[in-house]
Ligand binder design. Structure first.
Ligand SMILES: *Cc1c(COP(=O)(O)O)cnc(C)c1O
Length: 362
């Protein structure tokens, strides 16, 4: 018997995750310097990382021979989010905490519910446990919470919700999310992935961590990869009831977040100025990109994140012609949206270069 045949059938059935094309790869393919490549494909922060976080990373290199201690970051996240330290679970990126939740609650014979066009890591985390994935049709490209609630079966243990969603940018008003929590059975864990939380307008944002007291089945996930600009360091976290956090910590690798990431994240949480600048740059850039898309007569999905998804019609062709000009965006055929492309909001100059390249590519 081959190793293929020896492997778990549900592992063989997984379609691999397709990351945004690395700048270095396109530079190699095109034989041009990496500095000439514009990557707007992975929702990274065009301002880079907070200068305070950078200093903290440099200082932390001094202790790199030591195993990491999560104490400070857990304490700071707990304080910022109004929970106790025992409710915080750190991850090697928030993808890691999604996996931890899946490993605690899913197995063959169980199921998880997710929405069509929702984040690709939910199917990965679900299917890698051997659990069944129940997909519900999207409503205006976003989550249809009524359909998701109706799809819950007796063997369902997790419902995955991204708010705002990636790659579509849809946002569910928080009263709807709350009504959903009130309606779902208490034994079903609701994962509320808020990777783009800090990009939501302050008047639309809600302190969802405060809901955990009332809904012990709620797990809120956030990340340092997006507005905090630390994607390459890999750090994110989950906020959960103490009971669920304890279970997640049992399957967590003891040293899953490295020293540099821990130091950077602590410092990043203290840099309100960088956070505000990143938020404002994104607001202005969103206006710029949306106006450009409208000028080109392209349909787009109004987004609450740091990216926007637009209908290029010939998605694959337009993507190729953007790549030829050194511009990397994200094709999302794998999300069931082959005509669409997702572009990350960059700096003003980057957005202008993207729009110019797009006009040529159409
Ligand atoms: C980017 C993203 C994440 C964060 O991933 P990390 O592992 O923290 O880098 C999580 N959820 C969604 C919906 C995302 O788009």
């Amino acid at each position: 018997m081959s190793l293929q045949e020896q492997s778990l059938s549900y592992v063989r059935a997984i379609s691999p995750y397709l990351p945004g094309k690395p700048m270095t790869e396109l530079a190699r393919e095109m034989g041009i310097p990496v500095e000439n490549i514009l990557k707007l494909a992975s929702n990274e922060n065009p301002l880079g990382m907070s200068p305070k976080a950078k200093k903290a990373v440099e200082a932390a290199i001094g202790g790199i021979e030591r195993y990491p201690d999560q104490f400070d970051l857990i304490a700071k996240v707990a304080e910022r989010c109004g929970v106790v330290p025992g409710q915080v679970v750190l991850g090697n990126g928030s993808n890691d905490v999604l996996d931890l939740i899946a490993r605690v609650f899913l197995a063959p014979g169980r199921s998880a519910v997710f929405a069509q066009h929702a984040f690709a890591v939910y199917p990965l985390a679900t299917l890698s446990t051997g659990a069944e994935l129940i997909s519900t049709p999207a409503k205006n490209y976003g989550h249809d919470l009524d359909a998701m609630r109706a799809a819950i079966r007796p063997d369902t243990r997790i419902v995955w919700i991204a708010n705002p969603n990636n790659p579509t940018g849809n946002f569910l008003p928080y009263p709807e999310v709350r009504a959903f929590l009130e309606a779902v059975p208490k034994e079903v864990v609701v994962v509320l992935d808020e990777a783009y939380n800090e990009y939501i307008a302050p008047d639309e944002r809600v302190d969802t961590a405060a809901w955990i007291k009332e809904f012990p089945n709620l797990v809120v996930c956030r990340t340092f990869s997006k507005i905090y600009g630390l994607a390459g360091l890999r750090v994110g976290y989950a906020l959960a009831s103490a009971e669920v956090a304890d279970l997640m910590n049992r399957v967590r690798q003891p040293f899953n977040v490295n020293n540099l990431a821990l130091a950077a994240a602590v410092a990043a949480l203290d840099d309100d100025e960088f956070l505000q600048a990143s938020y404002e740059l994104n607001r202005r850039g969103m206006v710029q990109i949306v106006a450009g898309l409208q000028r080109l007569g392209l349909e787009f999905i109004p987004s609450h994140g740091n990216f926007v998804t637009f209908r290029a019609i010939d998605g694959a062709g337009v993507n190729q012609r953007l790549l030829k000009q050194g511009v990397i965006v994200r094709p999302i055929g794998g999300y069931g949206l082959p005509e669409w492309l997702r572009v990350t909001i960059g700096s003003e100059a980057e957005n202008a270069r993207f729009l110019e390249a797009l006009q040529k590519a159409l």
